[in-house]
Design a protein around this ligand. Structure first.
Ligand code: NOJ
Length: 756
């Protein structure tokens, strides 16, 4: 072992013994299980100067995959000077090892670095984008995807992913809707847990488990007008009932870290918001992990008009409880001065440093700082066949069949098939945004390749038709020609991968460029041929016209490295589609925000006369969505019958069981996602018209039936009222078990204060 480390460890262990009974400034944030590490951290901190502690709160970016303005800093020099605690955007075993060596062997105390990276939906083996994964409603599969991502990322020395993004998003204009689990609180909370468990595993000290990060705390998805980074203003009950629960679920799942949000919340930027971090996250939720700022969000408080200058921003953030400064832009420059000036309590810096060191202990970095960066393991695990197989499966189960008329799908025999569209042969966009270290230059399986695998006796004709964006129609002719020659047409259209994700908001959510015109012209040229539309996109699109033009529409999202195979598996019926939307598809952009669990109004539209005057409607378009939350077709049919409740009335300490029989009445075996909805009819504050409270993914062979039951406890009916009290109110509740959110309730139960 390097003599410097040996020496340091010796000093550490003697001090550890000495100080373990005499720990000054001991944090009361740590739980019993962590006391061993806590003691070690305290001993180490006794050796550290204030400058070194501030160094731990500083993260620098390497040069890979930068996602914003670069803060120029010679990070090697700073690492050697003990002024860096963590790095982001370094993602090869060689790169992380080299920098770790500097930290461990060339600094006074040899404290290892933490390496963080955006491992969002895969590291090398890229899974469907998160909005797509959520459409599988398959928690096991989602957990598996993040486990695989952690396996690959950890092999190159990454200890920490900036995922999952658990922001509720109800505005398709917002590009980052692609990174989350959609619009629903219940489902997003379950999915948050699955990701956290997948990334972190059961023991963080293992070489293949990494820290997860619940981001962006909070309200980021509610940016006004869907414009990224924009203002967020909402009532506290909305914050607590809608936007906070997935974060709370992450804490309950043991998430180790949190990231701030760029936006302000009710006038206070999230990155300097002590109500969010101190009152809610630490005091109410007892979160003990570390909080990192989002990128340059700390000094952005100056632009927000909340901090006078960068130094003031550093003060506000540290006092609000932000432990780490992601881009190293302020902490390193101002914290020491702020302590001297008594503007930042040194205890805050100690707490922050302690949480960061604690994370490093938990990961086992003090035992072996290099255990993650392993070139041999990197070679062994990256793109392992079983990982690729899992990605293919995820792509299939994430696809949502939005429409299927005239049995256009599954594809059966056709002598000639025309494959048209800018995304047919694509191997770049198919990974979607946040492709991590995924290969965009040829590794991915295109839809063309996927389809080819299935077709032996069929002739494939191909034409690009047009680009994703732009006005060029010169390739229309070829596309129309092959459509005329073929028996049927499969179009693969969509967005560019960077039209969603960060800083990619759109005001027009139709297919970009000339793609809609292309399908319109093809329909005109071949009015009687089947047209199947496969979509790749990162947000709900306005598909009103495509819905009329195509016989079938398969929403494949950006399906990842094995996307082409996954999509083909669905197109040819090897996997009978089971995905259901986790976000509403509007009829047009003007309906936004539109989500299934909106509130009613005093003037809801009458069912028999949706156009009635002086009602809450539009004069130019229906109130309903084009495709609702929970919608997704199968090649078979599922019938719901025999709804039963275990009681008509329950008391506060009872539970009720709701059940229904689901029968596969069609011609294919298949999976169905059975959904439980409730509506609290009268509340001390108004309640959403529907709320998802349970779901189960079942498999039914054709002709088979199954009874699916859900237990509902009073806990499930609680919400924050206007006094911010989390409780349940007696009254009547609508209840239903369905395969979509688009239905009318027919059954109720009553909750009474006393037990029956
Ligand atoms: C900014 C993004 O908002 C955040 O989600 C991401 O983790 C960081 N950049 C680091 O890339």
């Amino acid at each position: 072992m390097n003599s410097k480390i040996t020496q340091t460890l010796f000093v550490l262990s003697s001090i550890l013994v000495f100080f373990s009974c005499n720990i000054a400034d001991k944090s009361n944030h740590l739980s019993k299980q962590e006391t061993v590490f806590d003691t070690k951290v305290d001993s180490l901190m006794e050796l550290m100067t204030l400058e070194e502690k501030i160094g731990q709160t500083t993260m620098y970016s390497g040069s890979g995959a930068v996602t914003g303005p670069t803060v120029n800093a010679d990070f090697r020099k700073f690492i050697k000077a003990s002024k860096v605690g963590a790095m982001l955007n370094v993602y090869s075993a060689k790169g992380t090892r080299e920098l770790q060596k500097l930290a461990v062997e060339e600094t006074r105390l040899g404290i290892p670095l933490l390496f963080g990276y955006d491992v969002i939906h895969g590291f090398k083996t890229i899974f469907p984008i998160n909005l797509g994964l959520s459409a599988s409603w398959d928690l096991e599969d989602i957990q598996k995807s993040s486990r695989i991502a952690a396996e690959e990322a950890s092999a190159v020395g990454i200890h920490w992913t900036f995922a999952p993004m658990v922001d509720i998003a109800r505005d398709p204009r917002w590009g980052r809707i692609s990174e989350g689990a959609g619009e629903d609180v219940y489902l997003a909370s379950k999915i948050a847990k699955a990701y956290v468990h997948g990334f972190q595993g059961d023991d963080l000290s293992k070489y293949n488990t990494i820290l997860a990060c619940a981001k962006h705390f909070v309200g980021y998805g509610a940016a006004q007008a869907g414009r990224d980074y924009h203002t967020v203003n909402m009532s506290e009950d909305e914050l607590r009932n809608v936007y906070l629960p997935p974060f709370k679920a992450s804490v309950d799942a043991g998430v180790e870290t949190f990231m701030t949000a760029f936006n302000e919340v009710n006038g206070v930027p999230a990155s300097g918001n002590s109500f969010l971090y101190r009152d809610i996250l630490r005091d109410e939720w007892n979160f003990k992990g570390l909080v990192v700022s989002d990128y340059t969000a700390i000094f952005e408080m100056v632009q927000h008009g909340f901090a006078k200058d960068n130094k003031d921003a550093a003060r506000i953030a540290m006092n609000a409880g932000i432990d780490m400064d992601m881009m190293g832009s302020v902490n390193r420059l101002y914290l020491e001065e702020l302590v001297v000036e008594n503007k930042v309590d040194i205890a805050h810096i100690n707490d922050a440093c302690r949480r960061i060191l604690l994370a490093k202990y938990k990961l086992g970095l003090f035992d072996d700082p290099y255990k993650y960066a392993n070139e041999a393991r990197e070679k062994e695990v990256i793109y392992k066949p079983e990982f690729l197989g899992a990605a293919r499966h995820s792509a299939a189960i994430s696809s949502v069949l939005l429409k299927n008329e005239n049995n256009a799908l599954p594809l059966t025999s056709a002598k000639t098939i025309a494959l048209i569209g800018p995304l047919v042969k694509d191997k770049e966009n198919i990974l979607g945004n946040w492709g991590a270290a995924g290969d965009r230059s040829g590794k991915a399986i295109s839809v063309y390749q996927g389809i080819q695998e299935y077709l032996q006796d069929t002739r494939i004709l191909y034409a690009k038709g047009c680009e994703i964006e732009g006005d060029d129609e010169s390739k229309f002719k070829d596309a129309i020609n092959i459509a005329k020659k073929a028996d049927m047409v499969v179009l693969v259209l969509g967005e560019d991968y960077d039209m969603s994700g960060e800083a990619a908001s759109r005001t027009n959510i139709k297919l970009p460029g000339k793609q809609t015109k292309l399908i319109r012209q093809i329909r005109k040229a071949v009015p009687n041929k089947k047209i199947v539309l496969v979509l790749m996109n990162g947000r709900p699109l306005d598909l009103s016209e495509e819905d009329i033009l195509a016989d079938a529409i398969l929403e494949a999202w950006f399906p990842g490295t094995m996307g082409g195979h996954g999509v083909a598996d669905v197109l040819f019926g090897k996997y009978n589609p089971s995905g259901k939307l986790t976000v509403t598809f509007p009829r047009n952009v003007g309906q936004i925000p539109i989500y299934y669990n909106m509130k009613n109004t005093g003037r809801p539209i009458p069912k028999n006369n949706p156009k009635e005057d002086y009602k809450s409607n539009y004069i130019d378009v229906a109130n309903t969505s084009l495709y609702p939350f929970g919608h997704g077709l199968s090649y078979t049919n599922f019938e719901y019958s025999d709804f039963k409740l275990s009681a008509a009335t329950i008391g506060f300490s009872d539970m009720i069981t709701a059940s229904a029989t689901i029968t596969n009445t069609g011609d294919y075996d298949g999976h169905e996602i059975v959904q439980l909805y409730v509506h609290d009819k009268v509340g001390s504050i108004t309640r959403p018209v529907k709320e998802l409270k349970g779901f189960e993914k079942i498999f039914l062979k054709k002709g088979e039936s199954k009874i699916v039951s859900f237990k509902i406890e009073v806990e499930d009916l609680k919400f924050y009222n206007s006094e911010m009290v989390f409780g349940v109110e007696p009254g009547v509740f609508d209840i239903a078990i369905k395969g979509t959110s688009d239905f009318e309730f027919e059954h109720t139960f009553t909750l009474t204060e006393s037990n029956k």
